[in-house]
Design a protein around this ligand. Structure first.
Ligand code: RP5
Length: 171
């Protein structure tokens, strides 16, 4: 059972990933979820990744959001060291426009899943982490329901505006 104190670790391979990954942190903070945010690298600091992830459950980390670009192995390596859910965010950092990171993040071997969002999909990663925590937290579930209702209201407003535009075409 998760509690209101459950936190999310938001990890990224480089500080150059922050501009995109900050969307996950902003979304989590908007839901009142604490997060640990760090730069660490599967390739450049492999021992640090293993140490951080292995001790994370004891520090209250319930979900990981992991972003990396290029040969993006960080989410998979994190998943190798934990039984907590890992959400991978492939990032566009090379001439391959994120396709390299998408394949490296999503194509995990059987037994070690990484729930992969779209290239650059950090906000969705934050929402998905909140949805996982909300399974054991009614207050958070209610906040998510309000978030979805707000989104639906915005779509309804857009439709109303479009109807006006469409009607004006026939005049
Ligand atoms: C990846 O390589 C990082 O996640 C980043 O997306 C990319 C480039 O890293 P820097 O060279 O900017 O540190 O490991």
């Amino acid at each position: 059972m998760t509690t209101a104190k459950s936190r999310v670790a938001v990890l990224m391979g480089s500080d150059s990933d922050w501009e995109i990954m900050s969307a996950a942190v902003k979304r989590l903070q908007a839901f009142g979820i604490e997060c640990d945010v760090h730069v660490m690298s599967a390739h450049r600091t492999p021992a640090l990744v293993a140490e951080y992830v292995s001790g994370a459950a004891g520090r209250g980390i319930a979900v990981f959001i992991v972003g990396a670009g290029a040969a993006a192995h960080l989410a998979g390596v994190v998943a190798a060291h934990t039984t907590a859910p890992v959400i991978g965010v492939p990032l566009n950092a090379t001439s391959l426009n994120g396709l390299d990171a998408l394949l490296a993040t999503v194509q995990m071997p059987s037994g070690v899943p990484v729930a992969t969002v779209a290239v650059g999909g950090a906000e969705n990663a934050g929402i998905l982490a909140a949805q996982i925590l909300a399974l054991g937290n009614r207050e958070l579930a209610a906040a998510l329901a309000r978030f979805k209702a707000d989104m639906a209201a915005k779509v309804a407003e857009k439709d109303t505006r479009l109807q006006t535009v469409v009607k004006s075409l026939g005049r």
